[in-house]
Ligand binder design. Structure first.
Ligand code: HEC
Ligand SMILES: [Cu+2]
Length: 326
């Protein structure tokens, strides 16, 4: 959303509408200005020297022994320049980590949204269960975390006004965390060529005030949350036959599993994140939990990405005490 009279518009720069946008812009402009000054210096010297040492000028051309092998001069100009440019490395690294390995927000309140990309659309599911395609409604000031995967090829989630971009990969979850800071409608693009209608794989992020978002969610009608759907699927796919606490099969109890370290049969340990749960369902032989027989069947080709996300939401919602599916 670019307003008339916005100075960025003249520069064809997207508006800054997330908590990281202006930080990215500051780094960008600092680099442009610094590199611009270097270019200016080089061109001024080029001009001065080509006038001073033009053919036929009387400038002194005898080689200077004092300048020719002066190590301190060499070190004195190259080390500060190196350090100066390494500042950009450090600055960029801090920003990168804040974007791609973000700390939890101070109030611990993150809205988790599931994203499935496919040729050629974006499918979103809100924690309340509301689904939308290509449009994503969010609340201003509310931190969001997207858990993203692709049903087919590689896509890339790109919202220029938020200065965020992340590849969306098949068989793998990628995440993005950000906080919108302005109410408005912002372009969403796929930034990875993904087939014939790639250029049409666009949408809009609609940022509203928190009460407006609540109203919008309410108007979408009754829905089941991903956890509720997941609980239902957990029974219909037969997971509960083995994983229910009263089952006669020796299978791990999944309550409290999420986020915990899991010792594996091969002696290593992994953290039970969404990727681990996805792989446990679709590629059970990849990582077998220690102390259990590798009898879990693969559900590859039987459970869609959307259902895997719901099962994961359900397993994520299970706490240590609450073991029975509701
Ligand atoms: C035939 C019995 C059986 C069925 C059906 C089954 N599982 Fe499993 N599952 C196991 C066993 C045994 C293990 C432990 C060995 C392993 O990791 O493969 C396991 C491991 C897991 C793990 C990793 C647990 C841990 O503690 O590391 C998850 C997550 C999981 N199953 C989820 C599911 C889901 C979701 C379904 C339904 C789609 C399902 N399972 C269906 C037997 C089963
Ligand atoms: Cu795409």
């Amino acid at each position: 959303m670019i307003e008339a009279g916005d100075p960025w518009q003249l520069l064809m720069f997207p508006e800054a509408a997330s908590s990281i946008s202006s930080r990215v812009d500051h780094l960008f402009w600092a680099m442009v200005v610094t590199c611009g000054l270097v270019v200016l210096l080089v061109f001024v010297l080029l001009l001065v020297f080509s006038i001073r040492y033009r053919r036929g000028s009387r400038a002194d051309r005898t080689p200077s022994a004092r300048l020719n092998s002066n190590h301190w001069l060499e070190i004195g100009w190259s080390v500060p320049v190196l350090v100066g440019f390494l500042v950009f490395f450090a600055w960029g690294a801090v920003l990168y980590l804040d974007l791609y390995d973000p700390p939890a927000p101070a109030d611990g309140n993150v809205r988790e949204i599931n994203v499935i990309a496919k040729q050629w659309m974006w499918k979103f599911q809100h924690p309340e269960g509301v689904r939308e395609i290509n449009d994503l409604h969010l609340a201003v000031g509310q931190t969001v975390r997207l858990r993203m995967t692709s049903q087919d090829v590689i896509h890339s989630f790109f919202v220029p006004a938020f200065r965020i971009k992340q590849d969306v990969l098949p068989r793998t979850y990628t995440e993005l965390q950000f906080t919108p800071t302005k109410v408005g409608r912002f372009h969403l693009f796929c930034a990875e060529y993904c087939g014939l209608q790639h250029s049409g794989m666009t949408g809009e992020v609609v940022v509203m005030s928190p009460p407006a978002l609540q109203g919008w969610l309410d108007r979408q009608g009754q829905t089941r949350t991903p956890e509720q759907d997941g609980a239902r699927l957990f029974r219909s796919y037969g997971c509960s036959g083995c994983h229910a606490p009263d089952s006669s099969v020796h299978a791990p109890n999944l309550a409290g599993l999420y986020g915990k370290p899991v010792p594996l049969a091969n002696g290593t340990t992994v953290r039970a994140d969404a990727q681990y749960i996805r792989d446990s369902i679709l590629l059970p032989s990849k990582q077998v939990a220690a102390g259990y027989p590798a009898i879990m069947p693969s559900f590859q080709g039987q459970i869609s990405e959307a259902d895997v996300l719901k099962l994961t939401a359900y397993i994520q919602s299970l706490t240590e005490q609450e073991t029975d599916p509701p």
